[in-house]
Design a protein around this ligand. Structure first.
Ligand code: ADP
Ligand code: ZN
Ligand code: ZN
Length: 736
C-alpha cells in the first residue's frame, strides 16, 4: 500500500470528536479546494460531521483507498483567519485537548453546525429620494414593497433584517426589488471608532509611565500593571485603548465576571464613541453571533467579555487587556481546561501585539514573571483621588466576647458606622445558616450520602443541602443515630449572620447577597441598586461581593472568618487570603471618608496576616514565593494533574496506579519530570463517585510537555482508561 500523494488535493480537518488528530479528506475533482478556516461536511464512520479545515496538503499517511471525499463545503470565505488557526492549534497542543473541540469552543453556537453564516444582521436599509417619491405616489401593484417603503420612511436610522422580517416573511424579495430600483439603499455601517466622547483626566506620573511603556512596545510585550485598588488601572487601559483605536485597530478586554462590571462598560461607553460589544450570558445566540461577526469583520472597536471571549477573532487586533488577572475564574475547570490569561498572552505573541495584565494582587505566577524580566512591571502605590487605603485591624476571636460569630468590637463598629449614617459590609464565604448539624449526645453529624462532606442547613428553606453535589434533604427532628430529641446547628453561614445582625440591630435594613438570594435573573442588580441608593445599611455576602463592584458608601468591612484560608491544604490558600482581603477592602472607603477593615481570626499571630494588615503586597509575595520555592511548587515548577473518578471504590485509584507505572517507564527519557504517587482526592467521594489524582511536576516546560504528550497517548490507548472518567489538567489551579 502506498500513501496517497502527488497532485491529489487533500485537506486536514479538525472534527468535534474526542480524538486529538486531524483527519485527511480528498477534495473531489472539479470542486474548489476550501481554504483553511472554512467549515466542511465529511463522512466519519457512519455519520456526517462538520469540521474546520486547518490545512491543505498534497499527501496523506492514509492509503489512497481509505481516503474519503469531502461531502460538502459549508463556507466560501474562511470563518477563522490563519492567525486564529495557529492559536487554536497551539492551544490544542499545549492543553493536549482534541483540536476539533478547541475549534468548536472558538466558534459561536450558531456557527458550530453546518449552516452558512447568516447575513450580518447589523446591516440596515434606508429610503432614498426615489423611494420617497415612490411612496408619495401611493400603493401600486406591489403592496408589500409599499409597506416596506412606509416602514422605512418612519425610521430615519433605517431598519435591519430582523425588523423587516417582522413585516413579512417575504421581505427579502420585495427589498431586493426596491434596491434594484434604487428606492432603498443599504445604510453605511457605523465606523468602528469615531472618537472620544470626553476628555480623559491628566494622567498621574505612575499612569503616564505605564501608558508610555505600553505605547512604546512594538510588537509583542506582556505588561503587568500592579496597582492598589482604585489607583487608576482602568484609566490606564482606557488611554492605551484610545491610542490603538485611533490607529484603526481593535481591542479585546477580558474581565473575570461580566455581571459585576456594568460600571466598566459604562466607563467605556462614556469615553469612546465607538462600536463596543459586551459578550455576556444574557445575549441570545443570534446577538452573540452578530458580535462575533462584527469583531471578526473588523466592524467593532472594542470587545469586552469573560474567559471564553479570549477566542473571539479580531480582523485588526491591536491590544489585549486582562483585568483582575489573578482571578481563578480565568481558568476553565472542566472539559477543555484552558487558562484565559495564558491563552491571551500566547494570542498576543502570535499577533505581535502588546498584552496588559492588571491587578491589585497579581498572581504569584505573573509577579514572578515580572521579577524575572519576562513581563514589564508598572506599579501604582497611590490613588489619584488621594483617598487613603482602609486601616486593617485583627480581632482575636479567642480572647474576645463573641455572639453567633460576631465579636463585640465588630458589633460596636457596625453600630458606630450606622450612627454616622454610613454602610458596613460583612464578608463570609459560606452561604446557608449553619455548616453543620450535630447531635450533642452521640456526636452524629449530618453527612451527604453522596459525598465526603457535611450538609449545610438552610434555615429559610428548612433544608439540608450539600454544596458539592446539590443533594437536598430534610433536617431530622431527632438524632437518627441515638434518638436524642434535639439536634443542634454548629457554625455560621451568611443566613445566620444576617439573623444575628438583625437581632443586634433591630430595625436595620440588611441586604444579604449570596447565591441563594440572587438566583433569579435581575435579583443581584436589584439588590446592588438598593445598596448604591443607600437604602441598605448593612451588607452581608459571600465572595460575590469581592469582585469588581465599588461601594462608595461603605466605610466598614468585617471579615467574619478568615481561618479556613490560613489552614487549608491548598498551597494557594495564602495567596487567596491576601487577594480576598485586599479585594474586599478595596470595595470600601473610596469616597472622602477613610475605611476600616476588621478581620476576625483565632490566629492573629499568623505571619500571613502581617502583610495583609500593612497592605504590603511585596512582603507577602516574597514570603509566598520563598515558600513555593522551598516546596517545589509553581511558579518554580510546572504541574499537570491526572484526575480519575469511578462509581466503585478504588477503581479510580487502581487505574491511576497503572498509569503511574506507565508514566515511570516513559519518564525515563525525561528525567526532569517527576511523577508522584497517586492519591485519593481530598474529598474522595463526590456526587456518588470515588475520585483520585496523580500529580506530575517538572522544573522545565519542554520536557514536561514531551512527556505529557506521550503519556496521554498511552493513557488513551490503554483499555483501563475506559473503566473510569479521567482528565488531564495542564497547569491545574484547583488541586484538591
Ligand atoms: P482601578 O481600576 O485601579 O481600580 P480606576 O481607574 O477605576 O482604578 O480609578 C479609580 C478612581 O480614580 C476612578 O474614580 C477614576 O475616575 C479616578 N481616576 C483615575 N485616574 C485618574 C486621574 N489621572 N485623575 C483623576 N482621577 C482619576
Ligand atoms: Zn445522637
Ligand atoms: Zn454531596
Amino acid at each position: 500500500m502506498t500513501a496517497a500523494s502527488a497532485g491529489a488535493d487533500l485537506v486536514q480537518v479538525a472534527l468535534p470528536v474526542p480524538l486529538r488528530q486531524l483527519f485527511d479528506y480528498r477534495v473531489p475533482a472539479g470542486t474548489m479546494v476550501p481554504e483553511p478556516g472554512c467549515r466542511v461536511r465529511v463522512p466519519f464512520g457512519r455519520r456526517t460531521l462538520t469540521g474546520v479545515v486547518l490545512a491543505r496538503t498534497a499527501r496523506s499517511d492514509l492509503p489512497p483507498e481509505r481516503l474519503k471525499n469531502l461531502a460538502a463545503i459549508v463556507d466560501r470565505q474562511p470563518l477563522l483567519a490563519p492567525a486564529d488557526l495557529a492559536m487554536l492549534t497551539w492551544i490544542a497542543d499545549y492543553y493536549l485537548h482534541p483540536v476539533g473541540e478547541v475549534c468548536a469552543a472558538a466558534l459561536p453556537v450558531l456557527l458550530r453546525g453546518d449552516k452558512p453564516p447568516r447575513e450580518a444582521e447589523d446591516r440596515r436599509w434606508h429610503l432614498t429620494t426615489a423611494g420617497r417619491e415612490r411612496l408619495a405616489a401611493g400603493a401600486g401593484r406591489a403592496p408589500l414593497q409599499f409597506r416596506l417603503l412606509a416602514a422605512l420612511a418612519e425610521n430615519d436610522a433605517g431598519l435591519d433584517a430582523a425588523a423587516l422580517r417582522l413585516l413579512s416573511p417575504r421581505w427579502r424579495t420585495a427589498l431586493d426589488a426596491l434596491v434594484r430600483d434604487d428606492c432603498v439603499a443599504m445604510a453605511p455601517l457605523p465606523e468602528a471608532y469615531r472618537g472620544l466622547r470626553e476628555d480623559p483626566p491628566a494622567a498621574t506620573p505612575g499612569q503616564a509611565e505605564a501608558i508610555a511603556a505600553i505605547g512604546q512596545s512594538h510588537g509583542f510585550r506582556c505588561h503587568l500593571v500592579h496597582g492598589i485598588t482604585g489607583s487608576g488601572k482602568t484609566e490606564i487601559y482606557l488611554r492605551c485603548i484610545e491610542r490603538v483605536l485611533a490607529q484603526g485597530r481593535q481591542c479585546l478586554v477580558l474581565v473575570p465576571e461580566i455581571a459585576l462590571t456594568p460600571q466598566l462598560e459604562s466607563r467605556f461607553r462614556n469615553r469612546f464613541d465607538a462600536v463596543i460589544d459586551v459578550l455576556h450570558s444574557g445575549l441570545t445566540e443570534t446577538q452573540r453571533l452578530q458580535a462575533w461577526q462584527r469583531a471578526a469583520g473588523g466592524r467593532s472597536a472594542v470587545v469586552i467579555g469573560t474567559r471564553s471571549a479570549v477566542f473571539v477573532p479580531l480582523a485588526r487586533p491591536g491590544l489585549v487587556i486582562l483585568d483582575e488577572e489573578h482571578d481563578p475564574s480565568y481558568k476553565q475547570q472542566e472539559g477543555f481546561r484552558y487558562h484565559a490569561r495564558d491563552v491571551a498572552i500566547k494570542r498576543a505573541s502570535l499577533a505581535g501585539i502588546p498584552v496588559v495584565l492588571g491587578s491589585a494582587t497579581p498572581s504569584l505566577e505573573s509577579y514572578h514573571n515580572a521579577l524575572q524580566g519576562r513581563f514589564q512591571l508598572t506599579q501604582l502605590h497611590e490613588r489619584p483621588t488621594r483617598a487613603g487605603l482602609p486601616a486593617v485591624h485583627l480581632l482575636d476571636l479567642a480572647h474576645l466576647p463573641v455572639e453567633h460569630g460576631i465579636s463585640r468590637p465588630l458589633r460596636d463598629a457596625i453600630g458606630a458606622c450606622r450612627a454616622r449614617g454610613e454602610q458596613s459590609l460583612l464578608f463570609l464565604n459560606r452561604r446557608g445558616f449553619a455548616p453543620a448539624i450535630y447531635c450533642p449526645a452521640c456526636g452524629w453529624l449530618a453527612h451527604c450520602p453522596r459525598c465526603d462532606a457535611r450538609l449545610t442547613w438552610h434555615r429559610a428553606a428548612d433544608r439540608l443541602r450539600c454544596h458539592h453535589c446539590g443533594h437536598v434533604g430534610s433536617r431530622p427532628r431527632q438524632c437518627p443515630q441515638c434518638g436524642e430529641p434535639e439536634v443542634i446547628s454548629l457554625g455560621q453561614g451568611t443566613e445566620n449572620i444576617h439573623d444575628t445582625l438583625q437581632q443586634l440591630f433591630p430595625g436595620a435594613v440588611i441586604e444579604r447577597i449570596d447565591r441563594d438570594t440572587t438566583r433569579r435573573r435581575g435579583e443581584l442588580e436589584q439588590r446592588l441598586t438598593r445598596v448604591h441608593a443607600g437604602e441598605a445599611e448593612i451588607l452581608v455576602g459571600t465572595q460575590m461581593l469581592s469582585k469588581g463592584h465599588d461601594f462608595p458608601g461603605v466605610t466598614l468591612v468585617g471579615i467574619v472568618d478568615c481561618d479556613q484560608l490560613l489552614f487549608s491544604a491548598d498551597f494557594r490558600a495564602s495567596e487567596r487570603l491576601f487577594q480576598l482581603v485586599t479585594q474586599v477592602a478595596g470595595r470600601c472607603g473610596r469616597a472622602e471618608r477613610p475605611g476600616t477593615v476588621l478581620i476576625q481570626t483565632r490566629f492573629p499571630q499568623s505571619p500571613w496576616l502581617q502583610p495583609v494588615i500593612r497592605h504590603d503586597y511585596a512582603a507577602f509575595a516574597d514570603m509566598a514565593l520563598a515558600e513555593r520555592q522551598a516546596a517545589d511548587y509553581p511558579p518554580y515548577t510546572h504541574l499537570a494533574l491526572l484526575r480519575a473518578e469511578a462509581a466503585g471504590r478504588n477503581v479510580a485509584l487502581a487505574f491511576l496506579e497503572a498509569m503511574h507505572r506507565l508514566a515511570q517507564e516513559l519518564a525515563v527519557t525525561t528525567p526532569s519530570v517527576e511523577v508522584m504517587e497517586p492519591l485519593p482526592s481530598l474529598m474522595e467521594k463526590r456526587a456518588g463517585r470515588y475520585r483520585a489524582q496523580l500529580l506530575v511536576q517538572s522544573r522545565q516546560r519542554a520536557p514536561l510537555h514531551q512527556f505529557l504528550a506521550r503519556w496521554r497517548g498511552a493513557i488513551e490507548a490503554s483499555r483501563r482508561s475506559r473503566t473510569v472518567r479521567w482528565s488531564l489538567d495542564v497547569d491545574p489551579v484547583d488541586l484538591y
